[in-house]
Design a protein around this ligand. Structure first.
Ligand SMILES: Nc1ncnc2c1ncn2[C@@H]1O[C@H](COP(=O)(O)OP(=O)(O)OP(=O)(O)O)[C@@H](O)[C@H]1O
Ligand SMILES: [Mg+2]
Length: 358
């Protein structure tokens, strides 16, 4: 039987890990197993390993001795993108590749928070799940302070929890800004940190969702939403991220820990796990279906979703390259593995439905 090759486009860090550890690096063994299951063979490469002129790549392929070796092969027809590209040159290279008929899913994997908010706002059903959001400006900040007791000011584009500021009303004219581990009280005159962020066009101002808490720390959820072997969206897994004691951001990069949703809901006896899970799933599928209209190759995202004390899902952000690692930390090995298997099953679907046999 003909075993087509699926390409996995990765960054430099993972590339060196494969060269060093090969299949001993867990994510790689997950891809390998999934490929056996779906009758594909994987190859790994970076953007710079692609030579458009010759239609070839210099890829890492498993050799006969079970070690990964560099091999020059034809560019695979289906590529799962797991890299992050910032420069225009890289983006152009991806575009040129697509023009030759190669399908690259999750081609884009950074989406500005403001743009995503605007897209989702267009759908009435999704609106109740979106915290009020405005672009940073003095006027918008004043307006938001009049409406909400708690605000979040954060960068429009990725920061792993860095640069996120919380502003909280303490009393009639008394406010407090929290940034990293610092707190600063203010009344009429805005502290430097606020002025800097509010006047920065690359920031957004958001109503702070009153997040559910676990042992006194706020938590939110990472929801892996992926296209599967039927070419349909599915929720592959949900995991909770709990902020470090005293912190207001849940990012693992900022000391957050990961726990299962079941564990986290234990403190909320009036919330039913199945009902909450169902509403997370419903919202997530609707949200990505909407985003997919604007980003046609979208196939694998990690949504950050907060819960209110009523168990109502509130959208925080959409990550284009879900690191998937939270599932490992929360000791959910099966789900962790499934986040790798599902994109491969989708690649199989693409081979069967979009690629003509030669
Ligand atoms: N509107 C909000 N209400 C409550 N908490 C929020 C809100 N926005 C952000 N947070 C908290 O801050 C954390 C980081 O914010 P967010 O996920 O939007 O950006 P990020 O993770 O820094 O960005 P990226 O993933 O692109 O690097 C969230 O996980 C959440 O804990
Ligand atoms: Mg986030």
């Amino acid at each position: 039987m003909n075993t087509p090759t699926v390409g996995i486009l990765i960054g430099g860090l993972i590339y060196s890990r494969i060269k060093k550890n090969g299949s001993d690096f867990e994510p790689i063994s997950f891809y390998e197993e999934a490929c056996i299951q779906y009758g594909l063979s994987p190859c790994f490469f970076r953007l710079k390993d692609i030579t458009l002129e010759t239609n070839q790549i210099n890829a890492l392929v498993k050799g006969e001795k079970g070690k990964y070796e560099m091999k020059v092969i034809t560019i695979p027809k289906i590529i799962h993108n797991r890299g992050l590209f910032f420069t225009n040159k890289s983006k152009l290279k991806i575009k040129s590749l697509q023009k030759t008929g190669v399908i690259i899913f999750n081609d884009r994997n950074r989406y500005g928070k403001w743009g995503v908010h605007e897209i989702l706002m267009k759908n009435e059903e999704l609106q109740p799940h979106l915290p009020e959001t405005k672009r940073a400006s003095s006027r918008n900040f004043i307006e938001m302070m009049e409406k909400y007791k708690e605000l979040i000011i954060k960068p429009n584009s990725g920061s792993l929890g860095g640069g996120v500021v919380m502003v909280e009303k303490k009393d009639r004219d008394l406010w407090e800004v929290r940034y990293r581990q610092k707190r600063e009280a203010f009344t009429n005159e805005w502290p430097e940190i606020i002025r800097k962020k509010v006047l920065n066009k690359n920031y957004i101002i958001q109503e702070r969702i009153p997040l559910t808490e676990y042992q006194g720390s706020p938590f939110d959820l990472r929801v892996s939403v992926q296209k599967n072997g039927l070419g349909e969206w599915q929720v592959t897994g949900v995991v909770g991220k709990v902020a470090k004691m005293g912190n207001y951001v849940t990012n693992v990069a900022k000391g957050g820990t990961c726990k299962t949703l079941n564990e986290l809901l234990n403190e909320y006896s009036d919330l039913d796990f199945n009902e909450v899970y169902q509403s997370i799933e419903d919202f997530s599928i609707k949200a990505v279906t909407e985003l997919n209209k604007y980003f046609p190759n979208l196939a694998d995202v990690g949504l950050d979703i907060g819960l209110t004390s009523e168990g109502f899902p509130m959208f925080i952000e959409c990550n284009g390259r879900d690191l998937r690692y939270s599932f490992k930390i929360a000791q959910m090995p099966e789900v962790w593995k499934a986040t790798y298997t599902t994109p491969i099953s989708y690649a199989r679907y693409l081979f069967d439905s979009k690629i003509d046999e030669e």
